[in-house]
Design a protein around this ligand. Structure first.
Ligand SMILES: NC(=O)c1ccc[n+]([C@@H]2O[C@H](COP(=O)([O-])OP(=O)(O)OC[C@H]3O[C@@H](n4cnc5c(N)ncnc54)[C@H](OP(=O)(O)O)[C@@H]3O)[C@@H](O)[C@H]2O)c1
Length: 321
């Protein structure tokens, strides 16, 4: 039996589906007693950031997937590290022998290049507690999720063919979330990744403009990215409700993406024994996310480039994590 925390979320849902397809018994953790789960999955109602709520759920489990967001948002980083440690101690006492944690590619970057921490997510602490747990462990370190483009651009795309934002040539290797789950499933089911921290990326570096055009091809519209000045983008993000300093963190990530040499990890392909899924494959599965709904587009007016004389930043890797 494998216990999956974060099971109702983006990566967790894929992980549950993949393990289920392999015939593995799964206990899915959710705080929501009414959460919809696939048939055949056992539900464990509890909150991983309060480990005592999962004491019973550990019975008969041999491996645990530790989802960093499910370990609690907005707590003190030391509290998250301690509660992750406590959860895994509880697991070990119940007979669990293996833990696989999700972390992030940028966990060792300077703090101002980790906007997730400003959102109160502590990937580093969750990873460290897993490493210290005494269990057989693996920590997967994904980069920029392809799905970031939904939260960044879907509202604008529903309203027109132009996506406006800062730093059009900021670039990453967007990663299909199913590949993150596939690597997590591999680590849970096999022992070859024990003690490792594989960095996962998508198969190719793409600028924001490249990604917008790929979404356009998927939905059959001639989308293009139009760069606006930093301050224009900042104001629109603030109007959209993104708190400071989070919006500054995201903009800094974009502005500095050229500082990270183009990192395309082969780990996904090597571990899975097949090429990593492409952004175009991801976009083809997301047509409804960019076509439906009634969200209001951020009010970004056309303007000057955010950095008029900046060189085109080639081959970079950065992510909203
Ligand atoms: N976006 C990126 O580019 C990127 C890159 C690398 C790493 N990451 C990291 O990936 C994680 C996000 O993964 P995801 O998209 O799979 O997460 P998600 O879908 O937003 O959340 C996963 C599950 O966690 C539970 N949860 C959410 N907030 C919680 C809270 N405050 N307390 C307790 N449980 C909570 C929810 O389950 P229930 O409601 O059912 O309990 C949710 O379904 C973050 O830690 C982020 O830093 C992101």
């Amino acid at each position: 039996m494998i216990l999956v925390t974060g099971a109702t979320g983006l990566v967790g849902r894929h992980l549950v589906d993949l393990l289920l397809a392999d015939g593995v018994p799964i206990r899915a953790v959710t705080r929501n007693p009414d959460a919809t789960l696939p048939e055949g999955v056992e539900r464990a109602v509890g909150d991983p950031s309060r480990p005592d709520t999962l004491a019973d759920a550990m019975k008969g489990v041999h491996a645990v997937f530790v989802h960093p967001r499910a370990m609690g948002q907005g707590h003190d980083p030391d509290v998250v590290r301690a509660s992750t440690g406590e959860l895994l101690r509880l697991a070990q006492h119940s007979g669990v022998t293996k833990a696989v944690a999700m972390s992030a590619l940028n966990v060792d970057y300077p703090l101002d290049q980790q906007p997730s921490r400003l959102r109160g997510e502590y990937n580093k602490e969750v990873e460290a507690a897993t490493e210290e747990s005494g269990l057989q462990w693996t920590a997967i370190r994904p980069g920029y999720f392809a799905t970031n483009t939904v939260s960044s651009w879907a509202a604008q795309i529903r309203h027109g063919d132009v996506v406006r934002g800062a730093y059009g040539d900021a670039a990453w290797a967007p990663l299909h979330e199913r590949d993150i789950a596939a690597v997590a499933a591999h680590a849970l089911l096999h022992d070859d990744l024990a003690g490792q921290k594989p960095v996962l990326t998508g198969p190719e570096i793409m600028t924001q403009g490249d990604m917008v055009r790929a979404i356009g091809r998927a939905i059959g519209r001639p989308l293009r990215f139009e760069e606006v000045p930093h301050e224009v983008a900042r104001e629109a993000m603030a109007r959209g409700g993104l708190p400071e300093p989070l919006l500054d963190g995201y903009l800094k990530l974009q502005a500095d993406s050229y500082l990270q040499a183009g990192l395309v990890s082969k780990a996904t392909e090597n571990i899975l024994g097949r090429p990593a899924l492409t952004f175009s494959q991801w976009a083809a599965e997301q047509v409804s996310a960019f076509s439906a709904g009634h969200a209001t587009a951020p009010d970004l007016k056309p303007g000057h480039r955010s950095r008029p004389d900046s060189p085109r930043r080639a081959a970079t890797s950065h992510q909203k994590s």
